[in-house]
Ligand binder design. Sequence first.
Ligand code: CMP
Length: 140
Amino acid sequence: MERTLAIIKPDAVQNGHSGKILDRILSEGFAVRAMKLVTLSKTEAEGFYAVHRERPFFGELTTFMSSGPCIPLVLERADAVAKWREVIGATNPADAAEGTIRKQFATSMGENAVHGSDSTENGKLESNYFFPEHVIVANS
Ligand code: CMP
């Protein structure tokens, strides 16, 4: 079993897509081990995306991610990182495959509905950015 961090981003929450995305998460066989609704401060968004701080879109990205409530979730299943990235699709919705969450719900490269960690190591680091290890529910 592997864990990854997903975020239902502010655009998807604002547009009322959270329920459908949660339903998709469960139907793809993920177990939700932690979840919360939170509005990030600009500083918190900058901390989460610190790896992108030199990118030209950093300001736009962190302003958007702190613009309203989002839903971070720790997801668990076999091959969670790769499987979640397959389910969400390409970063740019114009390149996202049919049937992916971004194809269905994303409106632009910046406002792309959901986030997924890009490696097992980052899945753990990113999960712990929102949830200390002791609040992540263990597999029973
Ligand atoms: P995410 O998977 O959350 O990881 C980094 C985010 O940066 C990415 O989704 C996009 O939302 C955003 N991003 C990446 N490239 C661009 C870009 N060229 N312009 C605006 N936002 C971008």
